[in-house]
Design a protein around this ligand. Sequence first.
Ligand SMILES: CC(C)(COP(=O)(O)OP(=O)(O)OC[C@H]1O[C@@H](n2cnc3c(N)ncnc32)[C@H](O)[C@@H]1OP(=O)(O)O)[C@@H](O)C(=O)NCCC(=O)NCCS
Length: 311
Amino acid sequence: MIRTFNPADLEPVVGLLKKTLIADPMTSEIFQRKVLLDPNFDTQSALVAEEDGNVVGLVLGLTRRLLIEDQSPDFDRAWITLIAVEPKRQRKGIGQELLSRLQPYLKEKGASSIWVSPYAPNYFSPGIDINAYPGAVQFFRKLGFDEVYRPLSMDASLLSLQTPEWVQEKERSLAEQGVVIELYNPHHILPVLEFMKAEFPGDWQRYIRETMSKITLGQYSPDQIWVALESGKVLGFAQHEGERFGPFGVASNQRGQGIGAVLLFKCLHAMRDKGLHNAWFLWTDDKTAKLYKEAGFAETRRYVVMRKTLE
Ligand SMILES: CC(C)(COP(=O)(O)OP(=O)(O)OC[C@H]1O[C@@H](n2cnc3c(N)ncnc32)[C@H](O)[C@@H]1OP(=O)(O)O)[C@@H](O)C(=O)NCCC(=O)NCCS
């Protein structure tokens, strides 16, 4: 039987996800925060497969009801951020049944395509992990989804971090041009927000606003953010939360001058100085990965983003 999620499903669903999504940590709190408390959560598109009173499958579909800050509208998209079938009951058509129930509903909500799984704000991974879940890639292909691109996650040890000479040279030449990279202070709040609105509207804008708010509450420290500035105007930023590095970005018309490299190394050194041994992030592309490799990052996970157009 396929039915919509109800509050009593919390524990069995978390149990199912723990058992099935072996590469991704799951707790009741993570599920509560990233699923039930997500502003776009809709019980009608959170479908559960039940057999003999037991939860044996789940699919979580989402469409957007609320835009994030200044993001461009994407009400014509839907996302699947979680799908799992109890290991002993896989390959019996349950996954397919869950999707057949979900798709018409997502279409009715206005979606003309379904994406697995790059949804902001609460994605679990950028796409399907091709090494951990090869069967899921086959599953989505069979059901008419096509590959869009392959993002990756990277990790680095910070223990032997050294800033290469070319990055130090870039920092000197940027300084000569009046570009400085400095730690965040409250005078940066308005220029940072103006920069984010223009360059990275939407989820990153929301994220750094929340980081700056948490700094005022003492939950975060001002030394988690680095800012690149020219005459008081923000050209780029990098931030970290514990060992998680990012987000990190440079204005589109300022790229290619080394601002990103200097920001990256400043932030990583600051992380190491705080006693952190490692740095990691979940999502980049192969082009940006080249810069990260300069700082010792190596690929740890590879994903495929998949999409289906709804007829
Ligand atoms: C992916 C998953 C949800 C699919 O659910 P399912 O109930 O096992 O899938 P179905 O039985 O409906 O499969 C439908 C078709 O998809 C394809 N398929 C499904 N699983 C497959 C696998 N492991 N290998 C190859 N093809 C597969 C087959 O063509 C299958 O039809 P067939 O059995 O008649 O050949 C389930 O296998 C699962 O929970 N996997 C582990 C968790 C996971 O990978 N989640 C996604 C993370 S992004």
